[in-house]
Ligand binder design. Structure first.
Ligand SMILES: [Zn+2]
Length: 95
């Protein structure tokens, strides 16, 4: 007999997660599940699946575009910062 640490539901079956609240009994299984979910969310297939699952395609596409744009601008900012530091270091060493 296992007891759920979250809702206290008594589980007589040998299940891995609570049938009441969906909480995993084992921390490791919970972690694996979290990683798998994260990986699926990050992968193209997972994104595509989520995109197909949403009813509002326009909104989903807009959201994906925003994510893409924010990722791009961060990289652009980073490379600009690197160039700035490089030029600054060059000027300092010359002077
Ligand atoms: Zn529970």
């Amino acid at each position: 007999m296992k007891q759920c640490p979250v809702c206290g539901h008594q589980n007589s079956h040998n299940e891995m997660r609570c049938p009441e609240c969906g909480r995993f009994y084992s921390k490791i299984i919970e972690l694996i599940d979290e990683l798998a979910t994260e990986e699926e969310n990050a992968s193209v297939a997972g994104r595509w699946k989520r995109f197909l699952a949403t009813s509002d395609k326009k909104q989903a596409l807009y959201h994906e575009w925003l994510q893409f744009k924010s990722g791009l601008s961060f990289q652009a900012k980073l490379s600009l910062w690197m160039i700035f530091v490089f030029v600054f270091a060059l000027i300092v060493t010359v002077l």
